[in-house]
Design a protein around this ligand. Structure first.
Ligand SMILES: NC(=O)C1=CN([C@@H]2O[C@H](COP(=O)(O)OP(=O)(O)OC[C@H]3O[C@@H](n4cnc5c(N)ncnc54)[C@H](O)[C@@H]3O)[C@@H](O)[C@H]2O)C=CC1
Ligand SMILES: O=C(O)[C@@H]1CCC=N1
Length: 276
């Protein structure tokens, strides 16, 4: 199986390195292209056998799966280049949420999928959100999900839920890191607990909490109940969170959804300019 990566910035590079580290792919199975050639050349130097393509078209030719790892506004030019080159047998995968499967399928003759990865794939964990176009066959889904199960957990979702789902799985690491930083700052100023120690404690706690909620068999309700011993401090702390956090997540979802919808409108206009 041959895989192309178009765009080797933050996420394209991370995906390549994660698939290689997991052992799911060998360097000789990968061809990469990017607007900045030096980024691909660095990867080729680090992973002998990984092929540097001099153009996106060259990367796409002879690849079974083509990952598009560019930002939404760069799709117009990439799809214009690929539309006369890709075939019905190839699978083109977008890793960005505002690019609709319908857009991809209306422009490209290939099969189309959308898989939203997460920075946590770099440590072989986290959920990859999987959405499939009409031309994707069961064996294509299997192939993609097998590949992504090497770096995390593939989770099929309806495309209409991509924003709220990726708020959790892809933006979530940034959101939780922000909360942890605030918590560590408060701990330090209140008790003198060293900020780095507080962050280390928090990171271990997040790791363990994730494990309890997956392999540990706990539900979120059971976990609260088990930790909040009657008459103890956790129950008092939960009360504070109930009072102050109640509005935060509806507001967060409202804000990210508004931005997503704005992006969709902008992209719809751009896609009108590409002739299938
Ligand atoms: N950062 C994250 O945790 C996640 C990001 N994403 C999505 O990944 C997408 C890419 O984000 P990043 O990798 O952070 O961006 P980036 O800016 O680091 O990388 C994009 C790369 O595409 C290249 N590029 C641009 N136009 C090109 C073209 N015409 N042909 C070939 N290469 C081209 C650029 O040179 C750059 O290296 C974004 O749309 C983002 O929504 C998805 C899930 C998680
Ligand atoms: O901030 C962003 O737009 C991207 C999408 C998911 C994570 N990062």
């Amino acid at each position: 199986m041959q895989i192309a990566f178009i765009g080797t910035g933050s996420m394209g590079g991370l995906l390549i390195e994660s698939f290689l580290r997991s052992g799911a792919l060998q360097p000789k199975q990968i061809t990469a292209s990017s607007r900045t050639l030096s980024k691909v050349e660095r990867l080729s130097a680090r992973y002998p056998g990984l092929k540097t393509a001099s153009s996106n078209v060259q990367a796409a030719l002879h690849s079974d799966i083509i990952f598009l790892c560019v930002k939404p506004l760069d799709f117009q030019s990439v799809l214009s280049e690929l539309k006369d080159v890709v075939t019905e047998e190839q699978i083109v995968v977008s890793i960005t949420s505002p690019i609709l499967l319908a857009h991809l399928e209306s422009i490209l003759p290939s099969k189309a999928a959308k898989i939203i990865p997460t920075i946590t794939h770099s440590v072989l964990s986290g959920a990859s959100l999987c959405m499939y176009g009409e031309r994707i066959r069961p064996e294509d889904r299997l192939l993609l999900e097998q590949l992504f199960s090497s770096v995390g957990t593939p989770v099929p979702i309806p495309e209409t839920q991509v924003r709220t789902a990726s708020d959790i799985s892809s933006c979530g690491p940034a959101f939780l890191a922000y909360i942890l930083a605030l918590w560590a700052d408060a701990a330090e100023s209140r008790s003198g607990l060293d900020r780095n120690t507080a962050i280390q404690l928090g990171a271990q706690m997040l790791l363990g909490t994730g494990r309890l909620l997956t392999e540990g068999g706990f539900t979120v309700e059971q976990l609260q109940q088990r930790v909040a011993v009657p008459g103890g401090v956790t129950a008092e702390g939960l009360q504070v969170l109930q009072e102050h956090l109640f509005q935060v997540f509806p507001e967060l979802i409202k804000t990210t959804t508004r931005k997503h919808e704005h992006d969709l409108i902008k992209l719809d206009k751009l896609f009108e300019n590409i002739e299938a």
